[in-house]
Design a protein around this ligand. Structure first.
Ligand SMILES: Nc1ncnc2c1ncn2[C@@H]1O[C@H](COP(=O)(O)OP(=O)(O)OP(=O)(O)O)[C@@H](O)[C@H]1O
Length: 239
């Protein structure tokens, strides 16, 4: 059993269409795992299953040692999620957005201000706490969403293509911040179709047509070939 994320023999179909086919992998605490897959590979389906928006007919998911099917509340309490589409109220301040989320999670009121400070500090965002979200640029909004996802101190952080729509500098900054969180002990799963977001030391899972076709340390998998070329040769997709 891992205190990170474990997925075993997970399959999902939409009617006759198989979206995931016997997917198994484990991500340990303190690891940054890039889940790389071209369009249609099954990434969104996997995210929906991990967050319980969909329920799998076959297979098991465990989050920080809690089985998602048997004990969903405990399992989901250990999961922080940054969805692809921003989910912020632009007319509220950073702190107000975070307080609302803390209330949804049922965090004790007396603890909330301290938890917000701590989470904002981890993303270098404390100075922006009282600003309305609409005044922030795209990169800072994403960092705020990341800080918000850490408020309830999850063991596993799941990010669904979190750099979509950001410029190069903001992409680099978010990628670095999330690698730092993994270095601090968080179990991170980062889905992407962009190979330049993946470091050689990252764990890599390559999803293609609903199957994991490769897993291991990125540097070992790509060898001397640039990851983008390797990915193209395996999936036919440019990244
Ligand atoms: N509601 C649905 N009904 C039928 N088929 C679906 C449905 N949603 C997804 N699929 C199919 O399941 C497969 C996996 O789709 P999924 O959206 O999970 O892939 P993805 O890797 O997230 O792709 P993208 O990056 O384009 O979002 C695809 O072949 C897709 O066409």
């Amino acid at each position: 059993m891992t205190l990170g994320l474990s997925v075993q023999d997970l399959s999902f179909t939409y009617g006759a269409k198989t979206a995931l086919d016997k997917v198994s992998f484990t991500v340990e605490p303190g690891r940054f795992c890039a889940l790389l897959g071209p369009n249609g590979a099954g990434k969104s389906t996997l995210i929906s299953l991990l967050t319980r928006l969909l329920v799998a007919s076959h297979g098991d998911i465990s989050i920080a040692g809690h089985d998602l099917r048997a004990t969903p509340r405990r399992a989901l309490a250990e999961l922080g999620v940054v969805f692809q589409q921003p989910t912020l109220d632009l007319n509220l301040s950073v702190r107000q957005n975070m307080s609302y989320f803390a209330a949804l999670h049922g965090l004790p009121r007396t603890e909330v201000p301290g938890r917000i400070d701590e989470a904002l500090d981890r993303l270098d965002m404390r100075a922006r706490g009282d600003e309305k979200v609409h005044a922030l640029n795209g990169g800072h909004r994403r960092r705020m969403e990341l800080a918000r996802a850490l408020l309830h101190q999850p063991a596993v952080l799941l990010l669904d293509e979190p750099t979509v729509g950001l410029d190069a500098a903001a992409r680099q900054s978010i990628t670095k911040h999330v690698h730092d969180l993994a270095d601090q002990g968080l179990c991170v799963v980062w889905t992407t179709h962009l190979t330049d977001e993946v470091r050689d030391t990252d764990a890599l899972l390559v999803l293609h047509k609903g199957k994991i076709i490769e897993s291991g340390k990125t540097g070992d998998i790509r060898g001397h070939t640039p990851l983008s070329d390797w990915f193209l040769s395996q999936t036919g997709a440019k990244a």
